[in-house]
Write a protein that binds this ligand. Structure first.
Ligand code: FMN
Length: 462
């Protein structure tokens, strides 16, 4: 077991996380082995597998409105997900070391409420909580909330920054030594100023006493998942980790260089921010078998109906009568403000639909692809396909060549989709000395090699 690469550079240790499969067409619900995405047994199974494999954390994505297409709930994917805090709190009770990361929106919530929930989760889990701060743009989602569709796209990171600052003020309002509980003097709280906070900004005007004493990690680990210029700056200034979508080697390296290059300007070292792309995997006894399985999984993920629905998202018109096994429609996409699909991030690619249609037509003609074959090809997201040895080698190469600091693995099956990876790939990474064989620390900050959060003085905290 060597801790140096052949170039003499110290080997980086890989961070691994488990993404609970959910509301996306990458989750195969039609497989006989697929289970519930709501039952607690599914969450517990994935969490226990991840902890058995010594993963850093389990990750929950979030969506605050059911997606629609042509005015109807989009029912080809998994639909519906339970509340993040409730699920993570329940998981805290059936795990001991695994980090618990939840995606919580900074547009439709309030800092006091969210800080209280994370501080509580951090206590319940003894220091294992993480918050993926997302900034949903979507007026459609906003209709579910008191504020309706408020927040223009350009304002949502301003609110996110202020939201995070306000939350830090709340977390830091307790130092951790205030509760003395001294029977001799009869004093429970040793500092009458404990929990006092005030925060005023363009979005918030809050003041009072925070009612959860200092959490074991001080603050939850902060994740960020946006990709825009503003999103990257927000992460460079304030996040401990980024959940990225740059899962190929070249795109990963470009993203890594860009974001790590921003940290010095914020007075931070390059290892203060971990970059973890979402990736998928398909394992086989041979590489050929894995490729065959991967092709089968793609056909499960993209049924004929799904292919037509994904096509409609680009064409922006009802194509329900179109044959998925036939050629692309001759008619062009409709360009305009109204979109047939609502609440789906992939619709906002920013690309000209006419150019996309042209590109797809050329590809379909060159390779003689049906609509379904084409959609399978252009929406491919499988990152690692092969034997356990090949996947271990490729993952390690990816991390050692600075395309990431690790991965957030999104299995295609709930709840058993991580079992084989845990049993076959993890031991190979451990043999290479690039993944832990035991948890060394107890908090998520420790798993991610992040420094502890400093305790503020009373003056700094207010
Ligand atoms: C890999 C990845 C995962 C994301 N997961 C979620 C999610 O679960 N829920 C959500 O509301 N937004 C999610 N987002 C959206 C972003 O956090 C952000 O709100 C959105 O991308 C707009 O920010 P941007 O313009 O900086 O990209 C995700 C984004 C990325 C890149």
């Amino acid at each position: 077991m060597s801790n140096q690469s052949s170039s003499g550079k110290p080997l980086k240790r890989i961070h691994l996380a488990a993404h609970f499969p959910g509301v996306n067409n990458t989750t195969v619900w039609s497989d006989p082995a697929a289970g519930s995405q709501i039952a607690f047994s599914s969450f517990a199974h994935l969490a226990r597998t991840a902890e058995r494999a010594k993963f850093d954390f389990l990750f929950l994505a979030e969506g605050l409105r059911l997606r629609e297409q042509n005015g109807l709930i989009y029912d080809l994917d998994v639909v519906g997900r339970p509340d993040t805090f409730t699920v993570l709190a329940a998981l805290a009770a059936v795990t001991d070391r695994l980090g618990l990361a939840g995606t919580i929106n900074s547009t439709f919530n309030e800092p006091y409420e969210v800080a209280r929930q994370f501080a509580t989760l951090d206590h319940l889990s003894a220091g294992r909580s993480a918050w993926n701060v997302v900034t949903s743009w979507d007026a459609f989602t906003g209709e579910n909330f008191r504020r309706g569709g408020f927040l223009r796209e350009e304002d949502r990171y301003a609110r996110a920054r202020q939201f995070l600052e306000a939350s830090w003020r709340l977390f830091d309002s307790w130092r951790g030594d205030e509760v003395v509980a001294d029977p001799a003097s009869g004093v429970f709280l040793g500092d009458p100023e404990a929990g006092r906070f005030a925060y005023r900004s363009s979005e918030f005007d809050i003041a009072g006493r925070f009612d959860v004493p200092r959490a074991p990690q001080g603050r939850p680990v902060i994740f960020q998942a946006g990709d825009s210029e503003q999103g990257r700056e927000f992460a460079a200034a304030s996040a401990d980790a980024i959940f990225s979508r740059h899962g190929t080697l070249e795109a990963g390296q470009a993203f890594y260089t860009d974001v790590k290059g921003r940290l010095a300007r914020h007075g931070r070292s390059a290892d203060a921010l971990k970059i973890l792309p979402a990736v998928t995997f398909v394992l086989g006894a041979t590489d050929a078998e894995a490729r065959e399985k991967a092709a089968l999984v793609r056909r499960q993920q993209v049924s004929g109906q799904t292919a037509i629905r994904l096509l409609e998202q680009v064409w922006n018109r009802d194509l329900s009568d179109h044959d998925p096994e036939g050629p692309l429609p001759e008619v062009d996409p409709l360009v305009g403000e109204h979109t047939v699909s609502r609440g789906r991030a992939s619709v906002r690619t920013g690309r000209d639909p006419l150019a996309v249609a042209r590109e797809w037509r050329e590809l379909a003609a060159a390779k003689k692809l049906s609509v379904r074959d084409l959609v399978i090809e252009v929406s491919a997201r499988q990152s690692f396909v092969g034997t356990p040895a090949r996947i271990a080698e490729e993952m390690n190469r990816f991390v050692q060549s600075d395309a990431s600091d690790g991965f957030i693995l999104a299995p295609h099956l709930t709840p058993g989709g991580l079992d084989e990876f845990a049993d076959t790939v993890v031991p190979l990474l451990q043999e290479r000395g690039v993944f832990r064989t035991e948890y060394e620390g107890s908090t998520l900050r420790e798993h991610l090699d992040l420094p502890p959060v400093p305790v503020r003085t009373a003056e700094e905290a207010i």
